[in-house]
Design a protein around this ligand. Sequence first.
Ligand code: DUC
Ligand code: ZN
Ligand code: ZN
Ligand code: ZN
Length: 503
Amino acid sequence: MEFDLIVKNGVIVTASEVLPEGLEIGVKDGKITCIGTGLPSTHNTKIIDAEGAYITPGGVDSHVHLAQANSPTGDGWETGSRSAIAGGTTTIIAFASQEREDTSLYPVLKDYHATAKDQSYCDYGFHFILTNPTPEILHDELPVMAEKEGITSVKLYMTYDALKVNDREVLNILFACKALGMTTMIHAESHDMIAFIIDGLERNKYTEPYFHAIARPRIAEDEASYRAISLAELADAPMLIVHMSSDVAVNHVRDAQTRLLPIHAETCPHYLFLLSEKLKAEPHDHFSGAKHVCSPPLRHDPKDLEGLWQSIANGTFTTFSSDHAPSKYDHTGGKKLGLVDGIPRFANIPNGLPGIETRMALLFGQTPACQPLEKARLSLPRFVQLTATNPAKLYGLSGVKGSIAPGYDADLVIWHPKAAGACTISQSMLHHDMDYTPFEGVEVGNWPRFTVLRGQVAWSQAEGVVGSLQAGKFLMRGRGEVVGGRVGGVPRGMGVEERAYWL
Ligand code: DUC
Ligand code: ZN
Ligand code: ZN
Ligand code: ZN
């Protein structure tokens, strides 16, 4: 057996265990072909000595917005994927976004392929954002997308005038996706509650960035999450609620999971590390809160974070994604979106934060690799589940991405050995095309020393980004798996009899 690459002296972490020290990873033609000891090398074999560090699967970031047509000041493929690889992420799933007037998904997909092709340092796939789910799209186009184009997931919005679908449309989509083995992702916030509050705030001239967090209260997320789960239950269809920020909403997910419904939940770094005080003005810049405008918003109380950390540890969250959806703060020399004639208007600030590069290190920093055991927030296998294995399974990349095992792509993060590699996050170290990071000053206990994409070193902390802009491949994804829960039970809300008549 011959190898192109052997990684030695590491401690491999999988979704279920931390393997004994000293196992070697043998790689041939971009795949892991062997895990063992004493693997033979030739003069053609590259050797990486992990020096006792942990080795985790390359990150799978299943919620990323790059070069979206409706986000002109966002991050692009070159810079976004460069940032991903520098932070230990080797696969991203970005969005191809249907605009309301698009009556077919084919041209949408063509445009998004054209922007990403040969412009990505890491492997990538697309989810569709559906804003106009016509019968033709649901019944004629989605099957082709799933079977021929490798796109097996969609995202829906319950809020925003330009994007929102109504409950009936959600049901139509859930039934169509279920039949195709596709996963439905949903942004759950109550549109009318939010619109009502924004009207009142604007009438009373409460338009500073901080009021963004007032305008989108937890109950708007709680209500919409419960409603989304109820719709999924009626359809008996798998669903993932994206970017969850409220522990009451997450408890609805937990309850559904307890009843074995195929309901999944995602959270993001900003909801675990940041509070709404960040939206308040800094002394030298009254508009600085705009840098922290995301939806759902950052929450007010440290207790909000505590509840989310528990759901990270106890298995309720399925995935931990960046929701990298940034806009430049100062995007054209002093012109700030949401500052209208010098007056802040929070409702005009683009929603979303940068975070594709900091995601892995922020969470790894909370494992026993970087924390005393009593302070660690999650185990190392749980880190691997959340950042790689679960998103790969849920989005149809099982057997290819998200695990360190023979047959899988050799996508690896090699961390620094213990007590080395700690750093403080700062904008100056990052590789995105943004002018700030919301995590400025946050300490992380470790940073990826190497990121390996299909057997090739793509990031080395000593040398920087060494991968190629053409390295990233489009991933034809298969059907997603339900990660916990099951499809095909008899859900509450539609009994056997109703289903027999209706279906
Ligand atoms: N939803 C996202 O998924 N990302 C950014 C903003 C939003 O509302
Ligand atoms: Zn969203
Ligand atoms: Zn998003
Ligand atoms: Zn502009």
